[in-house]
Design a protein around this ligand. Structure first.
Ligand SMILES: [Zn+2]
Length: 234
């Protein structure tokens, strides 16, 4: 059950003043030393947030902007903690600190620990696994082809094309498919947010990349009221 506290805390990006929070946290956690950079909202199916910067071995980093993903629902605290995460990236870049062990390496972890002692639980990663899509975001329906294997597992291809092209391509693909492996294909249209997590491909027939569709996600997609089966071939 959702607690009253959660309801009160649940915010959309519209209620979150990025510049105000950046300035406040800069003052509170970085002695006001972080540089002013453009802040913006983005929609992404990969990152909760990121800092866009270019590295030059003579001049160091040039930071272009800090981006926060507005697509995903967070409570106020996790928005703040993710923003601090991105601000640590700014801190590392602007000081040209040599990171050890990837983007979230030793220097990063050191900063996370320093800030943790100030009462902020900053995540060590900015990926978006297990985060719910915000309810005020209306997703445009996507088209996807689902391959059902004889063995019972599934694959998915999410596609950019329109329905007509996709219907033709579905038939083409199924005609060519090895029927000892593939039992059926389903062409669907759906606004289910799980589809966002797969890269959109240009078409089904020219070297599409198949992504494994976990059973629970498969069920989730077909239980979704927005999912419509456009074509099914056995
Ligand atoms: Zn990060």
């Amino acid at each position: 059950m959702i607690s009253l506290k959660q309801i009160l805390q649940e915010i959309s990006h519209k209620e979150f003043n990025l510049q105000h929070e950046y300035d406040r946290l800069n003052h509170e956690l970085f002695s006001g030393k972080l540089i002013k950079i453009p802040l913006k909202w983005i929609t992404s199916n990969r990152h909760g947030g990121y800092v866009d910067g270019i590295y030059n071995k003579n001049t160091g980093y040039r930071i272009n902007y800090l981006a926060m993903n507005k697509l995903y629902e967070r409570d106020y605290d996790s928005f703040i903690n993710l923003l601090i995460h991105e601000m640590i990236h700014v801190y590392i870049m602007q000081n040209n600190l040599q990171e050890v062990g990837g983007m979230h390496g030793l220097v990063f972890k050191h900063e996370v620990d320093r800030i943790k002692s100030r009462g902020y639980n900053v995540p060590l990663s900015d990926d978006i696994t297990n985060i719910k899509v915000a309810s005020d975001i209306k997703l445009k329906p996507l088209i996807a082809l689902i391959l059902n294997y004889v063995k019972g597992n599934h694959s998915i291809i999410v596609i950019q094309n329109n329905i007509n092209t996709s219907t033709t391509e579905t038939k083409e693909l199924f005609d060519r498919a090895d029927k000892t492996l593939i039992k059926s294909v389903q062409l669907i249209q759906s606004s289910n947010s799980e589809l966002l997590k797969f890269p959109k491909q240009r078409n089904f027939v020219y070297k599409p990349k198949l992504y494994t569709l976990q059973e629970n996600i498969y069920k989730n997609i077909f239980d979704d009221v927005t999912t419509v089966i456009i074509k099914e071939l056995h």
